[in-house]
Design a protein around this ligand. Structure first.
Ligand code: FE2
Ligand code: FE2
Length: 352
C-alpha cells in the first residue's frame, strides 16, 4: 500500500456558494478585509463565476472561494453539506475588535464564546454561510472575563493590520458515524484523530478532530446524535480542499485512493493548482490540491484578482463567457448592504 504519511498539510481552500458576486465581494473584502486574488469562471461550469479571496499573498490555507450560482435554492447544513468554516484571527485582543467592527456594520454576531481552547465569534455572510472567527489559545480563559471585557468595546471603524484574518483554523462537516469518519482519515490519508469531545452546543453531540502532526484539528466534524441530510445550495460549503506539497505527493494520494477502491476524479489541472476530488463516507466532497504553481501563475502579485482571467483552454470562449456573465449580472441586481442573516443567539442553536 502506498505510504501517504505526512503528505496532507492542513487546508488548501474552502469553496462555497454565493448568489451574487458583487455583494459577496464587498462582504469578503470590505467587511472581512480579505483580498480578491482571482476572478475567474467555474472550470466545470464555465458560464458561472468562481471568486477567490485570500490574504494579500494568496497564501495556501487562506483562500475562501465561491461559485456564483444565483439559481440555486438556499442550502442547509447536514450530511454532505458542511456546517461552518473558521478563520484564525491574529490575537485574543483582535476578537473584541472584530466584534465591534462587525456590529458597526450591522452584522449580527454571536460571541465571543469560549470553546475548548478557542475564543470564537460566529456570524453569517450575506448568503447565510456560517463563518467563525477564532483565536486558538492555550490559556484558560473564562467566559465571564470575555463578557466583562465585551462591555467596554473600543469602537473599531476599520480592519486594521493587527486584525487581519490569517489561515483557516478549521472546517466543520457533519458525520453520522464518527468512528467511521476517523477510520476513513486514518486509513486513507494517514491523518489522525486529534481529539473527540462533547459538543458544548449540542446535547449528546460530539466534536471529532482530524489533523496531522503539525496541523492540529483542521477538520472538526460535528457528530450530532441524529445527523440528517444536508443540501448544498446558496450559503453552503461546496467542498473542502486539503493541501499537498507537490504533484508527487498528490500522485501518491491518488494511488492510495485507487488501492483502497475509493472513487475519485483523477488529477485535474486547475492552472493555479492541481486537484483531486473524492467524498468521505458521509458524502462530503473533499479535494486534495497542490500548493503550486499558485495564483501568480497568470497574474502579477500586484494585479491579482483585478480582472476576469480564464485558463488558456477557455480563452477561445471568452466572448460568450463575458456576454453571459454580463447578462447574468443584469438579471441579478442586488443592493448593498444586504439584510444580514441572523446567527442563533444561544449556543444551543449552533447545531447541525
Ligand atoms: Fe468551529
Ligand atoms: Fe476546490
Amino acid at each position: 500500500m502506498t505510504d501517504v504519511t505526512g503528505l496532507i498539510g492542513g487546508l488548501h481552500h474552502i469553496t462555497n456558494v454565493t448568489s451574487n458576486q458583487e455583494v459577496n465581494r464587498r462582504f469578503y473584502t470590505e467587511i472581512l478585509g480579505l483580498r480578491r486574488v482571482k476572478l475567474t469562471v467555474n472550470q466545470d461550469d464555465y458560464l458561472h463565476r468562481h471568486l477567490f479571496y485570500a490574504d494579500d499573498k494568496g497564501t495556501t490555507g487562506s483562500a475562501i472561494t465561491f461559485f456564483e450560482w444565483p439559481q440555486l435554492p438556499q442550502g442547509f447544513a447536514g450530511l454532505s453539506s458542511p456546517h461552518h468554516l473558521s478563520y484564525s484571527v491574529p490575537s485574543l485582543e483582535s476578537v473584541p475588535r472584530w466584534k465591534s467592527w462587525l456590529v458597526f456594520n450591522g452584522i449580527p454576531v454571536t460571541g465571543p464564546l469560549v470553546r475548548d481552547g478557542r475564543v470564537s465569534l460566529y456570524l453569517r455572510d450575506p448568503d447565510g454561510l456560517m463563518v467563525e472567527l477564532t483565536f486558538l489559545t492555550n490559556e484558560n480563559i473564562k467566559q465571564a472575563y470575555l463578557d466583562e471585557t465585551g462591555k467596554n468595546l473600543e469602537e473599531v471603524r476599520e480592519v486594521t493590520k493587527e486584525m487581519r484574518l490569517k489561515k483557516f483554523d478549521h472546517a466543520s462537516p457533519v458525520t453520522a458515524d464518527p468512528s467511521l469518519a476517523v477510520t476513513f482519515f486514518e486509513k486513507v490519508l494517514a491523518l489522525r484523530n486529534t481529539q473527540s469531545l462533547p459538543n458544548p452546543d449540542q446535547s449528546d453531540g460530539k466534536i471529532v478532530g482530524i489533523g496531522s502532526g503539525d496541523d492540529e484539528d483542521f477538520l472538526r466534524y460535528l457528530a450530532p446524535k441524529q445527523a440528517r441530510d444536508g443540501s448544498v445550495g446558496r450559503g453552503s460549503v461546496h467542498h473542502i480542499a486539503m493541501a499537498v506539497e507537490d504533484s508527487e505527493g498528490q500522485r501518491k494520494v491518488k494511488q492510495r485512493l485507487d488501492e483502497i477502491g475509493i472513487r475519485n476524479s483523477g488529477i485535474i489541472d486547475r492552472l493555479w493548482f492541481r486537484s483531486l476530488y473524492f467524498r468521505d463516507p458521509d458524502g462530503n466532497l473533499l479535494e486534495v490540491a497542490t500548493k503550486g504553481p499558485g495564483y501568480t501563475k497568470d497574474e502579477s502579485p500586484q494585479s491579482l484578482g483585478s480582472k476576469l482571467v480564464l485558463p488558456p483552454w477557455l480563452e477561445d470562449r471568452r466572448q460568450v463567457i463575458e456576454k453571459t456573465l454580463d447578462d447574468l449580472d443584469s438579471n441579478n441586481r442586488a443592493t448593498w448592504p444586504p439584510k444580514f442573516p441572523e446567527v442563533p443567539k444561544v449556543p444551543e442553536k449552533l447545531r447541525a
